[in-house]
Design a protein around this ligand. Structure first.
Ligand code: HEM
Length: 426
C-alpha cells in the first residue's frame, strides 16, 4: 500500500493533481486530505466539535492524558495543565537548560571530526530539557535509554501494531517485555515525583503546578493516576518531536552554511561566548526563525487527523459521519499560494515583518484549534537555546557518503538517524 510505503510522495502528488481537498481510497472509511487553510480552520477550529480525535482504548504509555482524551475530561485537564507552560514561567528555566546544553557541547570538543548520530544526541538533549521543565530533574543515561527505546517502539508503525496486538492478546514477546521494562522504569519515576510533590517539593516545575491545580467547579485536584498519565504525556511524548526538529535543523544548517554563519554571528553578537539568560531571548530572533523554518520544512508531527462524527461540508463537498479528515502539514507548509518558493530554506520568512498577515492555518507544526500543542512555547525555547548555543561553538556536516532520507512514522524522522561530524569554530 503506497500510503504506508511512501505517504509524503503520495500526498504531495495528490495535492499537485487535485488541489485543496483530495479524497483517497485507503481502508474501509472515506479519507479526505485537506490542504487549504480555510478548510483546515473549518475542521480544526470553527466546527471542531464535529471532528474529535479518534478515541481508542487508553494505551499503557499515555493512559488517558491530554494526547488521548476528549470532551469534558480533556477540557478540564487542559485548563489545569496549560498554566505550567506559560511563557513567563518558562523564562525561569533558561539558566538550567543552558547548563544542560553547555554540558553536551563540552562533550563535543572531544568528538570533533568523529561521526556520531545527531538524532540520538538531540533526542537525549531534548529528554534532559523536558525533564527540567516537567520535574526539575535531569534524567540519567539509563532513563534516557529507556525513553529513546520507547519512542522508537512507538514511532515505528509496524512495531506499534505488533505491540497493540500482543498487548490485547496478552502475548509475551521479547519486544513486549522490553517495552514493559522501559515503561516500568518511567512509572517508577512518575510515582516518585508525584509522592515528592505531594509532600511539598519544588514549586516551579510542571508537576508541581499539576499537583497543586484544582478544578474551578469542584475544587478537586488530580488523582495519582491522572497525574501519572499527564506526566507520561508531557515527559515521554513531549521530547521526541523537539529532538527530531533539532536534528533536522542541524541537517539544514549543514546544507546552508550561509545560514549557519549568520546564526553564529547573531550568537556572537548577543552572547559573546557566555551562556544565555532569559533577557537575551528576544535578541536571539534569528535562532528562533531557523527553528521555525525547520518546523515548516520538516514538521515532526506531519499530519493532524480527526474523524467526523456528524455530517458536514468542506469546500462544497459532503463529509459523511465516520470520514477521516487529515491536514498533512508537510504538504500544507509547501502550498504555493501561501508560501513563496516553498522548497527554499529561508528563515527570514519568519521575520516579524514578513510573517505579518500570514494565514494562521497555513502553518501547523504545533497543530491548531483547541488541541494546539500545550508545549509549543517550551519547544521554541529549547530550539532557540540549543541552536544559538551550539552555533556559536560548532559547525556540523553530514558524515561523508551518508544519504539523508525521510522516514514518516508517527514523527517525521531521518531514516536510520543522522550521522554528522562537528568541528569547533576557532
Ligand atoms: C517541536 C516540538 C513539538 C511539536 C512539533 C509538537 C507538535 C504537536 C502537535 C501537532 C500537537 C497537536 C496534535 C493534534 O491536534 O492532534 C501537539 C499536541 C500536544 N503536545 Fe506537542 N509538540 C512539540 C513539543 C511538545 C512538548 C515539549 C510538549 C510537552 C512538554 C508537548 C506536549 C503536547 C501535548 C500534551 C499535546 C496534546 C494537547 C491537547 O490535546 O490538548 N509537545 N503537539
Amino acid at each position: 500500500m503506497r500510503h504506508e510505503r511512501e505517504p509524503l510522495e503520495l500526498f504531495t502528488e495528490g495535492f499537485r493533481r487535485y488541489g485543496d481537498l483530495v479524497r483517497f481510497r485507503m481502508g474501509p472509511r472515506p479519507f479526505y486530505m485537506v490542504c487549504h487553510p480555510d478548510l483546515i480552520r473549518r475542521f480544526l477550529a470553527e466546527n471542531a466539535v464535529n471532528y474529535p480525535r479518534e478515541s481508542g482504548l487508553p494505551g499503557p504509555l499515555l493512559g488517558n492524558g491530554l494526547f488521548e482524551s476528549e470532551g469534558e475530561y480533556w477540557r478540564r485537564q487542559r485548563r489545569l495543565i496549560q498554566p505550567a507552560f506559560h511563557r513567563e514561567r518558562l523564562r525561569g528555566l533558561v539558566a538550567d537548560m543552558a547548563r544542560s546544553i553547555q554540558r553536551m557541547l563540552d562533550g563535543w570538543d572531544a568528538r570533533a571530526g568523529q561521526p556520531f548520530d545527531m538524532a540520538e544526541e538531540m533526542g537525549r538533549l531534548s529528554i534532559r530539557l523536558v525533564g527540567r521543565a516537567v520535574y526539575s530533574g535531569e534524567p540519567d543515561d539509563a532513563l534516557c535509554h529507556a525513553l529513546r527505546r520507547l519512542a522508537w517502539l512507538v514511532n515505528n508503525p509496524r512495531h506499534w501494531l505488533v505491540q497493540e496486538v500482543t498487548r490485547r492478546l496478552a502475548i509475551n514477546t521479547a519486544r513486549r517485555q522490553e517495552f514493559l521494562a522501559h515503561l516500568g522504569r518511567l512509572d517508577a519515576l512518575a510515582a516518585d515525583v508525584i509522592a515528592r510533590r505531594r509532600a511539598g517539593g519544588p514549586e516551579d516545575d510542571a508537576m508541581s503546578v499539576l499537583v497543586a491545580a484544582k478544578d474551578r467547579d469542584t475544587g478537586e485536584g488530580m488523582t495519582d493516576k491522572e497525574l501519572r498519565d499527564e506526566f507520561m504525556n508531557l515527559f515521554a511524548a513531549g521530547h521526541e518531536a523537539t529532538g527530531t526538529a533539532l536534528t533536522w535543523a542541524w541537517y539544514l544548517l549543514a546544507e546552508h552554511p550561509e545560514v549557519a554563519e549568520r546564526l553564529a554571528s547573531e550568537s556572537a553578537a548577543v552572547l559573546g561566548g557566555r551562556a544565555p539568560t532569559a533577557e537575551d531571548l528576544p535578541r536571539l530572533r534569528y535562532a528562533t526563525q531557523v527553528f521555525e523554518e525547520t518546523l515548516r520544512l520538516y514538521p515532526p508531527a506531519w499530519r493532524v487527523t480527526r474523524v467526523a462524527v456528524g455530517a458536514d461540508k468542506l469546500g462544497g463537498h459532503d463529509v459523511a459521519p465516520g470520514t477521516v479528515v487529515s491536514a498533512i502539514s508537510y504538504v500544507v507548509h509547501r502550498h504555493p499560494a501561501f508560501w513563496e518558493s516553498p522548497e527554499t530554506f529561508d528563515p527570514d520568512r519568519f521575520a516579524p515583518e514578513r510573517a505579518q498577515g500570514r494565514h494562521k492555518f497555513s502553518y501547523l507544526p504545533f497543530g491548531a484549534g483547541q488541541h494546539i500543542c500545550v508545549g509549543n512555547n517550551l519547544a521554541l525555547l529549547k530550539g532557540t537555546l540549543a541552536l544559538a548555543m551550539a552555533a556559536q561553538r560548532f559547525r556540523a556536516a553530514v558524515a561523508p557518503g551518508w544519504k539523508v532520507a525521510i522516514q514518516p512514522g508517527i514523527v517525521l524522522q531521518p531514516r536510520g538517524g543522522l550521522p554528522m561530524t562537528v568541528s569547533p569554530r576557532s
